[in-house]
Design a protein around this ligand. Structure first.
Ligand SMILES: Nc1ncnc2c1ncn2[C@@H]1O[C@H](COP(=O)(O)OP(=O)(O)OP(=O)(O)O)[C@@H](O)[C@H]1O
Ligand SMILES: [Mg+2]
Length: 334
């Protein structure tokens, strides 16, 4: 919707909406930075709207009609990332049966989104830094360099200063990326946004699921406003979609909300161990339930399970839990 259609006090940027001061500050900075070629770093917890913000920055730039390529650094094995980004020449390695364009070439004139940049391997970070400094890159197995005309938009859901301190993010790369930092506050700190987003989501999901709904009961809204929303806007979105489907009345009621929202503190329900299954079945179950708990965040799930992320990815493949294609290029997941 255009800005003029919004009710007073509500501000929009791309598909993002807010009433809160902290988000408006981020919108203001984003509006100023978008038309420039400055690299942008977007920081925020899970589900705070980082990908929507990245799209909005691209769409408000002079590159809006050129490609916008997304790449999830956590999902792509580091051995593959280099040839994905830079492309490769025929014969560069076993299996390279033809020349392949890299994403930097495909995105020529447009923007590239590096999601979860702190998960890029340190070796690859050096190579990316070189691209930023020299504005050119060389396909794997190639001899000639190609010009890189791309604008970088990077996302991280870990604090970049901490990532630098831990040695996970190279300081020299960080200094190149942090010209413009858009920091998206967690939903619980956005005053007025829960009511705003609830009514927006009721509208969207009532239409999608063909329900006639007039809104939400006061008691239910109060309950939503009390919840800490660890999964931020994405969690709220799911809760409202579910409630729209469940409710039988004209308004969403408290009983249409999930237990986690109705009874604060029960989020960490203990599950009993189902005895009589193989270790493999138990492992699969532990992985599935942990991913549910972390709302799909694999980094957090690996941490809880006490394994390294590549190990988690291997297990996801082993148990057929891996989503179709690990190279996330294209529309955002929701
Ligand atoms: N301010 C907002 N207004 C409207 N919808 C929003 C807003 N913020 C987020 N959303 C919705 O919430 C969901 C999550 O947004 P998005 O995917 O951009 O978050 P994210 O920060 O990239 O999450 P993650 O860290 O889990 O990848 C999307 O479905 C998006 O449409
Ligand atoms: Mg995201």
């Amino acid at each position: 919707p255009g800005r003029s259609e919004l009710e007073p006090g509500v501000e929009g940027f791309g598909r993002l909406l807010t009433r809160s001061v902290a988000m408006r500050d981020a919108f203001r900075l984003a509006r100023a930075a978008a038309p420039t070629d400055a690299n942008v770093l977007i920081v925020g917890e899970n589900g705070t709207g980082k990908e929507l913000m990245a799209s909005a920055v691209h769409e408000h730039s002079a590159r809006a009609h050129a490609p916008f390529i997304r790449l999830n650094c956590a999902a792509i094995p580091s051995e593959l990332l280099e040839s994905e980004l830079f492309g490769h020449r025929r014969g560069a390695f076993t299996g390279a049966t033809a020349d392949k364009k890299g994403l930097l070439e495909v995105a020529d004139g447009g923007s590239v989104l590096f999601d979860e940049i702190a998960d890029m391997s340190l070796g690859m970070q050096v190579k990316l830094l070189r691209v930023l400094q020299e504005r050119e890159f060389r396909p794997v197995g190639g001899t000639a360099s190609l010009r890189a005309d791309v604008r970088l938009i990077c996302i991280t859901n870990v604090d970049p200063d901490e990532a630098v301190a831990r040695g996970q993010l190279r300081e020299d790369l960080f200094f190149r990326l942090n010209t413009i930092v858009l920091s998206l506050p967690p939903l619980r700190e956005r005053e007025g946004d829960i009511a705003l987003l609830v009514s927006r989501f009721i509208g969207i999901f009532a239409e999608r699921h063909r329900r006639i709904l007039t809104g939400i009961e006061q008691a239910a809204l109060r309950q939503l406003e009390r919840h800490p929303w660890p999964g931020n806007v994405r969690e709220l979105e799911h809760v409202i979609e579910r409630a729209v489907i469940l409710t039988t009345g004209p308004q969403i009621r408290v009983e249409d909300l999930p237990d986690t929202v109705r009874h604060p503190g029960t989020g960490l329900r203990t599950s009993s161990m189902p005895i009589g299954q193989s270790l493999e079945d138990l492992e699969r179950l532990a992985i599935v339930q942990t991913l549910e708990r972390t709302r799909g965040n694999k980094r957090a799930a690996a941490a809880i399970l006490g394994i390294h992320r590549p190990t988690l990815y291997n297990k996801l493949r082993k148990y057929g839990l891996w989503r179709a294609d690990p190279l996330i290029v294209g529309r955002e997941e929701s």
